[in-house]
Design a protein around this ligand. Structure first.
Ligand SMILES: Cc1cc2nc3c(=O)[nH]c(=O)nc-3n(C[C@H](O)[C@H](O)[C@H](O)COP(=O)(O)OP(=O)(O)OC[C@H]3O[C@@H](n4cnc5c(N)ncnc54)[C@H](O)[C@@H]3O)c2cc1C
Length: 400
């Protein structure tokens, strides 16, 4: 006879049952403890303030959590993408939000191009000036691709960088930039040649450079603790040494890193969905209507199972895409599919979590309400659903 399965609760979320190995189990426990001690008690204050304090970056770095998937030689912990996935899952299990992850781990999108360049060309300068201090929690970096004229069409960016001697002169504007209000440096997509994807480069622009300004901190539906900026560049002089990789290689660099970014956003999606499910499983056991707990209704139990099913599918598929990426397979199309699968899961599960919490679920400060609002950015950021479907269609051979 099968043993009685342990109950799913916020303290015993379903994902906890499968731990790939001891090393990851220890990493997950460190991450959960960090969130319980250093994040959860203050998260609502940071949501209200519109950003997280710099000290949180230092505290996370001290626990070895900021650079988990970065090589030790550049200041990271030397782990792989699956370690990072495991750590992020643990953050969500313990009550972190998608906005918190976006704000705390912006280095995950601002730095990898510099690390790739270091691995290929061996130039330590950008690593020493930006990568190490960011992974140590001492600096904050952003990635600026999107412009007021559009974000989906990366090849259409208009911000220019004109070479003059040992400098580039940058002119243009960026918007929706995560951590852009607090950033000490911004890895910026600029046009260094003619139109289209072949004329794009990546250039690190530093805070304080004359002509570089944060024009506005943007107020948003969700991700409240993650500051989001509109940036302007007017004749900003940037040392040519701040170029990341070769001139005009920016589009390829951005596209390569999108795979990891999209896997990361898939983890956000099923992470907040799993947490919302666990909180809802607790709630429906205690909330009574018509003289019995909500969970005594078959329709409620079926709803929980459907939420569970969607989380399991999204998590299993995303982990497998991450593992195959780590083994060197080309996962560009599959990363799009993983993100879409997980985003659909979050859209359904977070909505049902609010529904089953009733009026409580609609109140500001209830955790499921935060996840519901945070989920809405996920089908837009890092590649909108329709744009990713188009890319997948091309890569999978579904073209006319
Ligand atoms: C909170 C937040 C944080 C962000 N952080 C960053 C950041 O750190 N760095 C950065 O560079 N950007 C960032 N972005 C920008 C984000 O990546 C873009 O919003 C996204 O790429 C979509 O671009 P857009 O908003 O200009 O929409 P548009 O490109 O104008 O598209 C609008 C909508 O049209 C649809 N659509 C677009 N193209 C097609 C098509 N070909 N076929 C069918 N439908 C289509 C999609 O549904 C899309 O959502 C952030 C955005 C937000 C809201």
């Amino acid at each position: 006879m099968n043993a009685e399965p342990s109950r799913v609760t916020a303290q015993n979320p379903p994902s906890r049952r499968e731990l790939p190995n001891d090393h990851r189990a220890a990493l997950k426990e460190t991450a959960r403890e960090f969130v319980r001690r250093e994040v959860a008690p203050y998260l609502q204050d940071w949501e209200d303030a519109g950003s997280i304090p710099r000290e949180v970056h230092l505290a996370a770095a001290k626990q070895g959590l900021l650079g988990v998937a970065f090589p030790e030689e550049v200041g990271g912990q030397g782990g792989d993408l699956l370690d990072s996935v495991a750590m992020q899952e643990a953050f969500f299990e313990a009550g972190a939000s998608s906005g918190l992850m976006a704000a705390l781990f912006t280095g995950g999108i601002a730095l990898p191009h510099m690390v790739s360049d270091w691995a290929t060309n061996g130039s330590p300068d950008l690593v020493d000036r930006f990568v190490r201090p960011t992974l140590a929690g001492e600096m904050i970096g952003s990635l600026a691709v999107t412009e007021p004229g559009g974000g989906s069409d990366v090849a259409g960016i208009l911000t220019t960088a004109r070479r003059e001697g040992d400098e580039y002169v940058v002119n243009g504007a960026k918007t929706f930039i995560t951590s852009g209000v607090r950033a000490d440096f911004v890895t910026t997509a600029v046009r260094t040649d003619g139109p289209g994807h072949a004329g794009i480069s990546l250039l690190v622009v530093e805070k304080g450079a004359p002509g570089f300004a944060v024009d506005r901190a943007l107020a948003k539906m969700g991700w409240h603790c993650s500051d989001t900026a509109e940036l302007s560049f007017v004749d900003v002089r940037v040392p040519a040494g701040n170029l990341v990789g070769d001139e005009n290689s920016g589009f390829v660099q951005i596209a390569e890193q999108f795979v990891v970014e999209r896997i990361g956003l898939a983890v956000h999606a099923y992470g907040i969905a799993a947490r919302s499910l666990a909180l809802t499983a607790d709630y429906v056991r205690h909330r009574e209507t018509f003289g019995k707990p909500l969970i005594a209704n078959q329709v409620v139990r079926h709803r929980l199972v459907e939420m569970h099913r969607q989380v399991e599918v999204a998590r299993t598929y995303t982990r497998s895409v991450a593992a195959r990426h780590g083994e060197g397979e080309n996962m560009i199309a599959e990363a799009c599919l993983a993100k879409q699968t997980a985003v659909d899961c979050a859209t359904y599960v977070c909505d049902q979590a609010v529904q089953l919490h009733g009026g409580t679920g609609y109140l500001h400060g209830t955790e499921v309400e935060r996840h519901y609002r945070d989920a809405r950015i996920l089908p837009i950021g890092g590649g909108a659903n329709d744009v990713l479907a188009d890319l997948a269609a091309k890569l999978l051979g579904y073209s006319s």
